[in-house]
Design a protein around this ligand. Structure first.
Ligand code: PRP
Length: 217
């Protein structure tokens, strides 16, 4: 039985559809209920719906054999897991943003609001810039609007949240996409099965990402 941690939300649903196509179906997952664990013994698979930022913890601690996690989470928490594939789905970018027209006075400490303190610290240390991190858990865009911070370091997907709050991107730090990750011990013990699953999912995800890319051109 392979245990798979899926991130709750749209990305997890897209990846589940791909896993289903790849030969790992679990029809009960589509039932409308509040269950969190779904199993299909015949297909040898058990799925869990997990908060996206927790997927890496479940995999690192072997509660799941594999999982799907955003690169943002892997960069921030640096879990001890194998990163098996860049699935090319869930694409977005980690950016610095501010109110339109904000002028950075480099002689003053920059106040940075973020859910990703490690990514922000690493980025500004490469620029030798003094910063004060303000760790928030959501609605990061509010911070510069209310004068809590000068800039934010956050995920930008469509750019809509920034636009509707009169904020603009100042720099792109790193592109983000979903990664297939594996627990290090499980990977050794289930090498053939995990490798087979990984190849199939990777190929199907790439096909899908390619189609979406063509559509948006
Ligand atoms: C994320 C991110 C931005 C928004 C970007 O927030 O933190 O706020 O999505 O998306 P966009 O560029 O398509 O507008 P999320 O929805 O995870 O909620 P949060 O504010 O609670 O973090």
């Amino acid at each position: 039985m392979i245990n798979i941690a899926l991130p709750k939300g749209r990305l997890g649903e897209v990846v589940y559809q791909i896993l289903e196509k790849a030969g790992y179906p679990c029809p009960s997952i589509r039932e409308e209920n509040r269950k969190l664990v779904f199993e299909n013994r015949e297909a040898g698979v058990r799925y869990f719906w997990v908060k996206p930022s927790d997927v890496a913890i479940y995999v690192e601690r072997a509660a799941a054999d594999i999982g799907i996690a955003g690169r943002d989470i892997l960069l921030e928490y640096q879990p001890e897991v194998y990163e098996l594939a860049d699935l090319g789905v869930g694409q977005c970018r980690m950016c610095v943003a501010s109110q339109i027209g904000f002028r950075d006075r480099r002689d003053q400490t920059l106040r940075v609001a973020t859910k990703f303190p490690k990514i922000a610290k690493n980025y500004y240390s490469t620029l030798s810039r003094d910063i004060d991190i303000i760790k928030l858990h959501g609605s990061i865009e509010l911070a510069p609007l209310l004068g809590l911070s000068d800039v934010i370091v956050d995920i930008v997907e469509t750019g809509k949240t920034l636009m509707e709050n009169d904020l603009e991107i100042r720099e792109t730090i790193v592109p983000i996409s979903a990664r297939l990750i594996a627990n290090k011990v499980s990977y050794k013990f289930n090498y053939d099965e995990i490798t087979r699953l990984c190849r199939q999912v990777d190929a199907l995800c790439r096909e899908r990402a390619g189609r979406e890319g063509e559509k948006s051109q």
